[in-house]
Write a protein that binds this ligand. Sequence first.
Ligand code: ATP
Ligand code: MG
Length: 440
Amino acid sequence: MAMIQRPKGTADMLPAQAYKWHTIEKLASETAEQYGFREIRVPAFEETGLFLRSVGETTDVVQKEMYTVTATGDSEFTLRPEGTAGVMRAVIENGLLNEAFPQKVYYLINCFRHENVQKGRLREFHQFGCEMVGSADAKADADVISMAKSFMDRIGLRDIELNINSIGCPTCRAKYQQALRDYFGARRDELCDTCKERLEKNPMRLLDCKSPICKEIGKNAPLIIDYLCDECSDHFEKLKKYLGLMGIDFVVNPKIVRGLDYYTRTVFEFISKDIGAQGTVCGGGRYDGLIEELSGKAVPALGFAMGIERLILTMEAQNCDFMEEKTCDLYIASMGDEAVDKSMELAMKLRDEGFFVEYDLMGRGIKPQMKYAGKIGAKFVLVIGSSELETGCAKLKNMASGEQADIKLDDSFVDNFSNALMAEMFKDIDGEMAALLGKE
Ligand code: ATP
Ligand code: MG
């Protein structure tokens, strides 16, 4: 019988890897909350029209990568290829535009894009993102960038280069688009088919094309930075000043235009050189026109999204520390039915106090039980048989040191176990303290 396998471009997160994801998720929400962002959760699918309007009809995401589904008799939906569109839809629909600005939200989500699968490029992937609504000030851009940077510092990433650019506003972009049409128009025949179409509709998309020929032709294309209007140029200068004040290093990269249509002014990417071609771990920018496009109300906003798989790849490549997994505090090995009953009773008492406890669920003998306790990394093992039930006293074995001590199975058990566990957990610290004192 042929086994059904997972779809191409998806991944199973197995328990042995969970601590890596937990590290990212915990530090992401902690950092975001420190900056005043609160979590938002939105559906994994939306009406297709939302993405056409927000991501943009001339983008790769809309033209090539959407997973669109219809349920019988229902309208057409698309699995979210990114987070901003759905989050902004929710912000508008739930009246958050009427609340105090800036509104700040963050999310940890899965996204779906029908891509050419490569290292760091999946069809289902995950993002940590944040959006700030209501401020047009360049300080907001700097604040959002500093949050992203602070999170990456906290997970231990090094050598991540911040690239910034400004892609102007509709006013300065009109002139720029014409310059691009003239430039690429002269070599129209050589462009890929998608880009031939883009030339009319949205020539800036040509700069983001992944085909080698279009990339090559684009090398000497005019730069948006030379076409910025006074306001946009002032905004960009301020951003650079604020980043300097915050001590955040950056390079101005006039080639960054970002994949999605809705960006205005500031765009940025954080790039790692340690994970190959798909090195952009974070992309973001300002999208002052999006909320108006969706709601008719002009409200500036900005944000970023990081690819969690790419963050983990970089952390692995750089040997960063992940949060340690919790391990079992006590495994209770038992022999005989009455001893099993006792082990269940003791386990419940300890679990009520917050300890991580396991006991035999397989009906195995003592030896394989001890072996299992070793495999799961239990810190202590308690062995109960008929003589322990009789005397009311059992051996508590410290698995790291091999030491054994008697422990009573009466009402003093939980306290005594807690003391033994604390002593084990703090023994290194005690040792270090003693060494320090000894040296003085
Ligand atoms: P790329 O140029 O690599 O295709 P993008 O511009 O399409 O990226 P965004 O839409 O800005 O990416 O998404 C934000 C982040 O999400 C990216 O910087 C990346 O870290 C991650 N990401 C995007 N697409 C994928 C994917 N298919 N697989 C894994 N991570 C992804
Ligand atoms: Mg892409």
